[in-house]
Design a binder for this molecule. Structure first.
Ligand code: HEM
Length: 501
């Protein structure tokens, strides 16, 4: 059946290319001399929609893609959290959407670039949206939220070129980033496929049972496709050949019925254990060793549906760590707390104040007192009647509320006595190099150790200021003398860790 084309307001369109001009066609030759007519809605509609076609791309994680699927509860963890879907029993499935991304590149950049990968999941539970906005690394570059905006001077302000001198200047002055830098410059920094990488919460969260029993938790999502990485040469070649390699790979896997699957596990820590933990439980640059805090499998994720419209279903996805359900609470990790604000804020800018009304972001059932705003489509009350009062009415219609069964004060970390306000940042110490040392000596394969050394040498050799090169080299010497020496040989400098006697 032929589909009749209509303009943005539903009027039949006579011809896609016709437009209106003053005057008539000259009798001898096809020539209309008159100007365009403002009354021509079809042309004005076409042009004005085109003029507004681009929306701001994500300020970070702009390049990415994703798919839909489900999360299934595989183990009973009612002793850890009352959060849905876990509270609804083993076998419960909820629909989800997932988006993978690189961090620094713009939306058209190659998706195989050396970069951490975003690993974001939107679950549509009976208690509302629960977003897990994770990375493919267990730690992050920073633990002070004020460092996030300056940490991403992605391009030189004068030349608009990538500038490794700026990048290493920042890192060598903020060396708590070292663990993440080591992952980034090993082959783990260039995964072969979105489907072949693990995801981590990085942050500590709190999970709470209905009777108020709570644990600190971290989540890990383990790929069932195994892990495969490109080396530097392969990554560069793939980027040149197909900048959308990973986007294509995910689509092809799903189309072929090879549905990517991950298991979901949780690590738990009691408040008492956290007192004895060697590091701050809220320090995002630290891992919880799996031999001390074992992984407990809780669920699985399956991606089995490609988007039918990429813009509507993937580009308009708006994730936020603040989307939590009762039974899941934020920790006091200051970076997490900052993210609780930053994501909904950026969505209001990128997608508009009613971004939660977009079908891909819409919670299962909304019912509230918000009204109007740009591009409101539901009358403003979700599933309340359209004429419902915009306050808790006793009659129009009568409304009720559900309190969390636990007391938020009872699960809050104690605020230590002392000054009411403390201003500052975390301080760097040798403690910050212990886990990077373990990563280098015990967790990296020989290939990863070698790739780290050669990729860092390549990168540092393009740093143009000698002091920055030296300070960066010294940072690796704080991790391990052998590592410092190997990189030092490649850049022609002698390493010296300033923190070591
Ligand atoms: C203070 C620290 C951070 C700030 C201010 C921040 C801010 C942002 C912003 C503004 C976006 C763009 C969102 C959008 O336009 O849709 C974003 C994306 C993202 N961030 Fe962060 N971020 C921080 C740290 C982190 C950390 C620690 C992780 C992982 C553990 C992370 C994971 C992600 C992911 C996965 C995305 C992409 C989400 C998507 O696919 O739409 N971020 N971040």
């Amino acid at each position: 059946m032929l589909m009749r084309i209509k303009d943005g307001a539903g009027h039949p369109v006579a011809s896609p290319y016709d437009y209106q001009r003053a005057g008539t066609v000259c009798a001898t030759i096809f020539q209309i001399r008159g100007p365009l007519l403002l009354q021509d809605f079809h042309l004005i509609d076409l042009l004005s929609h085109f003029d507004r076609e681009r929306i701001p791309e994500r300020v970070v994680h702009a390049k990415g893609s994703g798919a839909h699927g489900y999360f299934e509860v595989t183990h009973d963890i009612s002793n850890i959290t009352m959060a849905a879907p876990f509270s609804e029993g083993v076998g419960t499935q909820v629909p989800l959407s997932m988006r993978f991304s690189t961090v620094a590149g713009e939306s058209g950049s190659p998706d195989t670039n050396r970069d951490p990968r975003g690993f974001a999941i939107k679950m549509r539970t009976s208690q509302g949206i629960w977003d897990w906005v994770f990375n493919n690394t267990p730690v992050f570059f920073l633990r002070d939220p004020t460092k996030f905006p300056p940490f991403h001077p992605q391009r030189d302000p004068q030349t608009n070129l990538r500038n490794p001198t700026i990048q290493w200047d920042y890192w060598s002055q903020n060396q708590e980033a070292i663990y993440q830098i080591m992952i980034l410059f090993s082959n783990r920094g260039t995964p072969k496929s979105w489907a072949q990488m693990h995801g981590w919460s990085g942050h500590t969260y709190k999970w709470v049972t209905a009777d108020g029993n709570w644990h600190y938790v971290q989540l890990k999502i383990t790929s069932q496709q195994g892990i495969e990485n490109f080396n530097a040469t392969e990554a560069k070649a793939t980027a040149a050949e197909n900048p959308d390699h990973n986007t294509q790979d995910l689509r092809d896997r799903i189309e072929a019925g090879n549905f990517p699957t991950w298991t979901v596990s949780v690590q738990t820590m009691t408040p008492e254990q956290s007192q004895k933990f060697r590091y701050d439980v809220n320090d995002l640059t630290k891992v919880w060793p799996e031999d001390e805090y074992p992984l407990l499998e809780v669920g699985k994720i399956v991606l089995n549906k490609n988007p039918e419209n990429w813009f509507a279903e993937i580009e308009q996805l708006a994730f936020s760590p603040s989307n939590m359900v009762p039974g899941a609470e934020p920790s006091n990790d200051p970076v997490l707390q900052a993210r609780l604000f930053s994501y909904p804020d950026t969505h209001r800018y990128r997608l508009g104040g009613n971004y939660l009304e977009l079908p891909v972001n819409c919670p299962v059932a909304v019912r509230n007192f918000q009204r109007a705003g740009w591009a409101r489509v539901d009358g403003g009350a979700g599933t309340l009647p359209p004429n419902a009062a915009n306050y808790p009415s006793s009659f129009n219609p009568p409304v009720s509320f559900v309190k969390r069964p636990y007391n938020l004060s009872a699960i809050a970390d104690p605020v230590t006595p002392g000054p009411a306000i403390t201003q500052g940042t975390y301080e760097l110490s040798l403690l910050d190099f212990e886990q990077p040392n373990t990563l280098y000596n015990k967790e990296f394969s020989d290939e990863e150790r070698q790739s780290l050394v050669s990729n860092v040498i390549d990168a540092l050799n393009s740093v143009t200021i000698q002091d920055i090169k030296q300070r960066s080299l010294n940072m690796f010497a704080c991790v391990d003398d052998k590592l410092g020496a190997a990189i030092g040989t490649g850049v022609g400098l002698t390493p010296k860790c300033a923190l070591k006697p």
